[in-house]
Design a protein around this ligand. Structure first.
Ligand code: 3H9
Length: 703
């Protein structure tokens, strides 16, 4: 953990204006030292003779981006942020907040406790606490409705979305947008005001109580309808905003404080906070940190199918020049249609203006000529999962690429070592495993094989970060397949599910159990959506493990031509154009016959059995990945499962769930199951070690 600077707050003076400057990199989080520093500086400024007004500003990239989330699990230290905000609001001299960057959460709450707000033109403001499963706990739910009314306040607090300085000014959240120099304009503004103006005393939006209550009640009904009665933070937020009308500020702050504390103690908030830090830790590759990534201006993608086009769109959206190579005229046209359709949809939905859509496309070069690759700094191969095709193509790519270019393959499950060797320059070759739809899904696994140079790895990492993705390192080893984290865990998940299917459960029961756990879809719904033939081809391409139990049900379905949604029939039957299916009775018959052939007497699994077994399988697979060094940290596995496979974010991920149960209990449950299918259920050495040492997975997390 980084140490906060010793003196993160300075008091300066510009004539009759005192300037409180926060400097607590990287995001000026309002940890205890900063809070104490601001309080001390404020008191000192008020004690100084000739102080007309006070400006609170920040150095570095942003006005405080919130409370220091790392302090949430520690004992509270005074002044709390709420106390600090009250101190600011009760200042007898006017206080102006000079906001730049992203004033978020507690940062915006501090700004709202100030009497006036001046914002830089590019500043953005928001109360994203809901994304951490909590609510603004330092006056945000009380002061924002007083400044902008209940409707806009609830919009901001319930979504966590940010608003620009311009919109904030229109809403009444900002008093002045600085066009040139924020600090100068804030000081000038502070000189121009004559007295404090307390947000807590602002009754403008509280006057029409009936309209206010109507807004609150409508939003409460909406939250209950959309999220159910158990949506802890959203319902508490509505209650707090209601309290802003019904109670004086101090009493409203008490309601807010109690609600925030309850949310902070929730499992959901613990999961969301874990996810926040896990994502940031995942993009740190300490072993390669000293390497300098190559400059990437032009990216070439070979293969313009769904995946290649998605990667191209992601790169265009992040300002890269993109070359997309497809085969023949028809391949080029199909890719153009796909990418064009994306931009048309984005314009139609108002996500992009027509000009932005057209401008992005000017950076796209679509061609069927491989020799255009010579201009690219990074080349990503994204053709079908066929070892021969890929090895041949990678050799051709390598011959055309400039010497300093980095080559990446988007393979999902082929052996990365073999592919890297095929280029003849394995040091420059890495895996970049995007997840469909690549223009949306944030996960990218960075495949690192033994020969890959740190520079190539850091180039891939830098590129993925530039795309706004969440990169996770997967170190592959010969004999461990492609080595990717997600595939290995998914395989264990599917294996556990298939065994239960063969032994007595139905597809819809397993799917339902996993939905009730928090997944959007169960494994058989996903299989139907992805196409059963894809997984079938993958199984056929790999030698079968003679020691593992093999469940032939999916193979038998493919042989019947039941391929899932694409054929209208899979584990479910789909009406024309529908994505929601009804259970396929023929599959139940097929499963019954299959059990009879294998001499299996079906037994019952409760939903809890199903969830437990699937979680055990995922955790054990995760522990194996850690033991093999494929995954660097348990929290990396959580990131992959949340972003790549829909593991409920509010649970943090399977490894966090395992810690909640404790590795010792997980290991003992596995030992009960082990005789049934040793391959799946024998505890991985890392899990046994943690169980023995009474440790948790989080003890293995590194920064
Ligand atoms: C809150 O305010 C509660 C209150 O209502 C009162 C309660 C009583 N704390 O994301 P980045 C670290 S809740 C501690 O990579 P970017 C982050 O871990 C808070 N640390 O940069 C990383 O550390 P490291 C409400 C924080 O430029 C480093 O800063 N606020 C915090 O891509 C850089 O972060 C939020 O939820 C924090 N609050 O994005 C805002 N924020 O280098 C959360 C960041 O060791 N923050 N760090 O890995 C963000 O959304 C983004 O960090 C931000 C910058 C947009 C600010």
């Amino acid at each position: 953990m980084k140490q906060a600077p010793k003196h993160p707050v300075r008091l300066e003076r510009q004539g009759n204006v005192a300037l409180i400057v926060i400097e607590n990199p990287p995001v000026n989080a309002l940890g205890v030292a900063v809070r104490r520093g601001i309080a001390a500086a404020l008191n000192a400024a008020l004690a100084q003779e000739g102080t007309h007004a006070i400006v609170i500003a920040a150095n570095g990239r942003t006005f405080p981006a919130g409370a220091d989330i790392r302090e949430f699990d520690m004992a509270p230290q005074e002044p709390s942020l709420t106390q600090l905000c009250s101190l600011v609001e009760n200042s007898p001299k006017p206080v102006v907040a000079a906001v730049h960057g992203t004033a978020l959460g507690g940062g915006l709450e501090l700004a709202m406790a100030a009497h006036y707000r001046v914002a830089a033109k590019g500043a953005r403001m928001g109360l994203p606490e809901i994304k951490l499963g909590i609510l603004p706990g330092a006056g945000g739910t009380q002061r924002l409705p007083r400044l902008v009314g209940p409707e806009l306040a609830l919009d901001m607090i319930l979504t966590g979305n940010q608003v620009s300085a311009g919109i904030a000014a229109e809403m009444g959240l900002v008093d002045h947008v600085a066009d040139t120099d924020l600090r100068e304009e804030a000081v000038a503004y502070a000189r121009s005001v004559t007295e404090p103006r307390q947000t807590g005393a602002n009754r403008e939006h509280l006057r029409d109580g009936a309209a206010y209550m109507a807004s609150v009640n409508a939003r409460r009904a909406q939250v209950k309808m959309e999220l159910g009665a158990n949506a802890l933070a959203p319902l508490k937020i509505v209650n707090c905003v209601e309290a802003a009308l019904l109670l004086p500020l101090e009493a409203g702050l008490d309601v807010e404080r109690a609600a925030c504390e309850e949310c902070m103690d929730s499992r959901e908030s613990a999961g969301l906070r874990h996810a926040f830090f896990a994502e940031r830790a995942a993009s740190k590759f300490p072993e390669a940190a000293d390497a300098k990534p190559a400059q990437v201006d032009r990216v070439a993608i070979v293969g313009g199918g769904l995946m290649g086009s998605g990667i191209a769109i992601a790169a265009l959206q992040s300002g890269f020049a993109v070359t997309l190579v497809e085969q023949g005229e028809s391949g080029v046209n199909a890719a153009l249609e796909r990418i064009g359709a994306y931009y048309e949809r984005s314009v139609a939905k108002g996500r992009l203006s027509e000009a932005q859509g057209a401008a992005a496309l000017t950076h796209l070069q679509l061609t069927n000529k491989l020799d255009t690759l010579s201009e690219a700094d990074l080349i990503i191969e994204a053709v079908a999962e066929d070892l021969e095709l890929k090895t041949q193509l990678l050799a051709e790519i390598s011959a055309l690429a400039k010497p300093e270019a980095v080559i990446a393959t988007n393979t999902s499950y082929l052996d990365l070592d073999i592919l890297a060797q095929a280029t003849g320059r394995p040091t420059d070759t890495i895996g970049l495993h995007f997840f469909a739809p690549a223009e949306v899904n944030k996960l990218v696994e960075i495949g690192v094989h033994d020969a890959a140079s740190p520079q190539a790895v850091m180039t891939g990492l830098g590129f993925a970060k530039h795309l706004g993705k969440v990169p996770v390192r997967a170190r592959v080893h010969a004999g461990f397949g492609s080595g990717y984290i997600g595939n290995a865990i998914l395989e264990a998940y599917r294996h556990a599910a298939d065994i239960m299917l063969e032994d007595g459960a139905t597809p819809s029961q397993i799917d339902g159990a996993m939905r009730s756990f928090g997944f959007r879809m169960g494994p058989y719904q996903v299989a139907d959506m992805s196409g059963l033939d894809i997984a079938y081809a993958r199984r056929q391409s790999k030698p079968r493990d003679p020691d593992a139990r093999y469940v032939e049900i999916a193979d038998k379905m493919v042989e019947q031509g039941w391929l899932g949604q694409k054929s209208g029939r899979g584990y479910y039957i789909y009406a024309e154009g529908q994505r929601q299916g009804v259970p396929n009775g023929d599959v139940l018959k097929l499963i019954a016959e299959h059990r009879a052939q294998k001499g299996i007497t079906p037994r019952k699994f409760s939903d809890r059995d199903i969830r437990d077994r699937i979680l055990l399988a995922m955790v054990n697979a995760g522990a194996r990945l850690l033991g093999e060094g494929v995954a660097a940290r348990p929290s990396d596995i959580d990131v992959v499962m949340v972003h790549g496979f829909g593991y409920p974010r509010s649970r943090g991920g399977p490894m966090m769930d395992a810690d909640a149960t404790t590795p010792a209990i997980i290991a003992s449950r596995l030992s009960v199951l082990a005789p049934e299918e040793p391959k799946l259920w024998s505890a991985a050495p890392v899990l046994s070690m943690l169980a023995h040492e009474r440790q948790k997975f989080e003890d293995l997390n590194t920064s």
